[in-house]
Write a protein that binds this ligand. Structure first.
Ligand code: ASP
Length: 159
């Protein structure tokens, strides 16, 4: 069971965030992204984070990529992270992994926030860069192979 920070205290990165994101490329070639979050512990009343802001914490564009992010939403909004990754692919010809890591390890890095994302491109390539010690993630390929990981090691699992 996950620990939660007591009201009025600073939580760890793990305690502060509980976001679940999903991206998909379907058999017809359409891309989709979804993000569910409670924001973070002790967030300001009325705050709207990045998850419902299309282009920031959640974004999909057919033919390019789908992105779902987690981390301090104010910065995902500032850098319009999902759209930024799609733009680097569409306009600069970067591959998914380069574009996504470029935003997480480049644009977001100076702000020293925990950040991560899951992404899939129009060819079905997936990536999940993060700058925290670990990030729970998993994916299924079009061949029906499933993988999970929390840190660097990737495990293939039976479906
Ligand atoms: N991105 C979310 C927000 O800022 C929080 C999170 O992903 O942990 O609302």
């Amino acid at each position: 069971m996950k620990a939660h920070a007591a009201a009025g205290t600073e939580g760890t990165e793990n305690e502060k965030h509980g976001t679940v994101g999903a991206v998909a490329l379907d058999a017809a070639g359409h891309l989709a992204a979804a993000t569910s979050t409670g924001g973070y512990t002790n967030k300001p009343d009325g705050r709207v984070g990045d998850s419902p802001v299309i282009g920031a914490g959640t974004y999909a564009r057919d033919g390019v990529c789908a992105v779902s992010g987690t981390g301090k939403g104010e910065f995902f909004i500032r850098y319009v992270v999902g759209h930024e990754i799609a733009s680097r692919i569409a306009y600069q010809g970067q591959d998914l992994s380069t574009a996504a890591s470029g935003v997480v390890d480049g644009d977001l890095a100076p702000h020293k926030i925990g950040a991560g994302l899951v992404a899939v491109d129009a060819e079905g390539a997936v990536c999940a860069p993060y700058n925290t010690p670990g990030m729970f993630r998993g994916w299924v390929t079009s061949e029906g192979k499933a993988f999970v990981a929390t840190h660097e090691t990737i495990y293939e699992v039976a479906l």
